[in-house]
Ligand binder design. Structure first.
Ligand code: FES
Length: 167
């Protein structure tokens, strides 16, 4: 689905972002810190921001997309209020990460990498987060949950009702 980025509502942030773009535009690898700033600032990289980068940095938008899609930390869709990351690294994979992912997707009616149209939940697979001793691992917002079982996913989701979002 398409997500609308409200340029007017982000006017001040965009002005700050332009300063970052101008600071890095001449640097050979300047595109990465600019993308990183956009991701941190807006939570994702909206199309309007790619167009702005292209204009200011004198690059093709297609090139910016090409660079951004190479790095898994950049996303073109906004994350949900509740952000679920299922580690799909080797240790988690062999201990059932796929079943956990399937259960979340089934309960939320989402596919990996998607955000619900209501903006409440998003789910993605991520590479090893360095907590293999706790495999399989799920991160919800900033909370790490270890030794998760697919049968526990429903109860885990209930800990994150949309009305009471943990930061
Ligand atoms: S493989 Fe999942 S935390 Fe390392």
């Amino acid at each position: 689905m398409a997500f609308e980025f409200d340029v007017e509502a982000h006017k001040e942030e965009i002005e700050e972002f332009k300063k970052v773009v101008r600071r890095h535009k001449k640097s050979r690898n300047g595109i990465l810190p600019v993308l990183q700033d956009a991701q941190n600032r807006f939570g994702y990289i909206p199309e309007a921001i790619v167009d702005l980068m292209a204009y200011e940095m004198e690059l093709f938008s297609s090139y910016i997309y090409e660079v951004a899609t190479f790095y898994s930390q950049f996303t073109f869709i906004p994350k949900g209020k509740i952000r679920i990351s299922v580690c799909t690294g080797t240790a988690c994979y062999v201990k059932g990460a796929n079943e956990i992912m399937n259960e979340f997707c089934h309960l939320l009616n989402l596919k990996p990498g998607e955000t619900g149209s209501d903006g409440n939940y998003s789910i993605q697979g991520v590479r090893c987060i360095g907590a293999c001793g706790l495999a399989p691992v799920v991160v919800i917002n900033n909370d790490i949950h270890g030794n998760v079982k697919a049968s526990e996913v429903e109860a885990l989701l209930k800990e994150y009702p949309v009305e009471e979002v943990k930061a």
